[in-house]
Design a protein around this ligand. Structure first.
Ligand code: ADP
Ligand code: MG
Length: 386
């Protein structure tokens, strides 16, 4: 990918690049829809990601190009008036804009070329990869003293306030802070985090892409956020909790019947899911992959029945996987309504599992899913300077 990017940069911009960076995608192992409720999540960065090559300009233009979307050509953004183009370029433009809003000085523009192998719009956070890659480029190019966790905050700010997607902090945090062989246990309220080793000698992480487009995802996502706010208003009045995930399982069981039935289900997912993340982290620490898998399966069930963000294809993939000997756990991952499942599979069974799940899914839906074997990888970084 690096070589292809360097070549393409020369072709597109008629000069060579100054710097080459990488930002990974991420897969969330457990803790879905908890990050905007002040709870825990347990994602890891993956080995797939976006590579970018950049070079400073001597004017105030940013010229952005994606090798994945060659037909779109170059998008030009002026540092003096950064406007939304309602295209892919809003992700990097949003980050440039956020640097300025946060008071960082960018004294000139740059040419930047991107090339990624994270499927776009599949719940593996290709968007956070684009944002964080851009943030790393700007940090190095302009010698700005920005710690990695602030890169994540900048990326989330760009996505919330420029692109206009109301996401939590998980994606950008995992992408900026990921570490080879480790999952990141993140407290989304305090941003405290711990790395927990994933036994990659015994297990593979297999991602199965249903190829279902997440059509309703944005409107349903916002609807879920509102439902959580309503449930929180009632439960915090009873318990004094500072966020929905601050409500304990015991408190929830005591007061749940005072909630509207739909809100009860939404809150039950969030509060129990948060509890599952902590149990899963504990299981991972003690190398208890069986128990970790059981918690993943429970997470899927809760996302399907209580949070209602799954779909027939994801349910099929999770069900079929959970029946396969050698699969420890399987669940939908990402916001839902399409996208991928994440599967923890014993190493010697993972190739057989990939064949099996492709055949089963094809028989049911006449589409072959995309299957990616991945590893917990490093967060965003500079690959080299020319
Ligand atoms: P996800 O983050 O789950 O992949 P999103 O809808 O949040 O899905 O982000 C996907 C969008 O990010 C794409 O539609 C595109 O605009 C942008 N994007 C991601 N990767 C690339 C890339 N390599 N080149 C150009 N745009 C990209
Ligand atoms: Mg995204």
């Amino acid at each position: 990918m690096k070589e292809k990017c360097i070549e393409a940069f020369k072709r597109v911009f008629n000069k060579s690049g100054d710097i080459c960076c990488f930002a990974p995608g991420r897969v969330n192992l457990i803790g879905e829809h908890t990050d905007y409720n002040g709870g825990y999540v347990l994602p890891c960065a993956v080995t797939q990601g976006v590579v970018c090559v950049a070079s400073k300009r001597n004017d105030r233009l940013f010229r952005l190009y994606s090798l994945n979307l060659e037909r779109r050509g170059i998008t030009e953004i002026s540092l003096d008036s950064i406007k939304k183009t309602r295209s892919w370029a809003d992700y990097p433009a949003g980050v440039i804009n956020t640097f300025l809003r946060f008071g960082y000085k960018l004294d000139c523009g740059a040419d930047i070329l991107y090339y990624g192998n994270v499927p776009r719009g599949a719940g593996l956070s290709s968007s956070a990869a684009m944002e964080t890659a851009t943030a790393v480029i700007l940090r190095v190019m302009f010698s700005l003293p920005i710690p990695d966790n602030l890169l994540a905050i900048i990326g989330q700010f760009a996505e919330n306030h420029f692109v206009g997607v109301n996401c939590g902090i998980m994606d950008q945090f995992a992408v900026a802070m990921g570490k080879k062989d480790y999952a990141v246990l993140l407290n989304s309220k305090t941003l405290e985090y711990k790395y927990i080793n994933i036994p990659t000698d015994k297990t593979d992480i297999i991602i199965v892409n249903s190829l279902v487009r997440r059509g309703l995802a944005n409107s349903k996502y916002n609807e879920r956020r509102r439902e959580c706010e309503k449930a929180f208003a009632m439960l915090s009045a009873k318990t004094g909790a500072s966020s929905l995930c601050d409500v304990t399982v015991e408190q929830f069981e005591r007061y749940k019947d005072e909630l509207h039935p739909k809100l009860l289900c939404r809150a039950r997912h969030v509060i129990y899911e948060n509890d599952r993340v902590l149990k899963a982290a504990q299981a991972l620490k003690s190398n208890d992959i069986e128990n970790f898998g059981i918690l993943m399966n429970e997470s899927h069930k809760s996302l399907k029945n209580d949070y209602e963000v799954s779909c027939a294809q994801l349910d099929f993939l999770a069900d079929a996987a959970q029946k396969f000997p050698g699969v420890f756990g399987s669940r939908m991952t990402g916001a839902g309504f399409g996208g991928c499942t994440v599967n923890l599979v014993s190493k010697e069974k993972s190739d057989a599992f990939a064949d099996y799940i492709k055949k089963e899914y094809f028989a049911a839906f006449k589409t072959e899913p995309h299957v990616y074997k991945t590893l917990p990888g490093d967060g965003a970084k500079v690959l080299f300077k020319f």
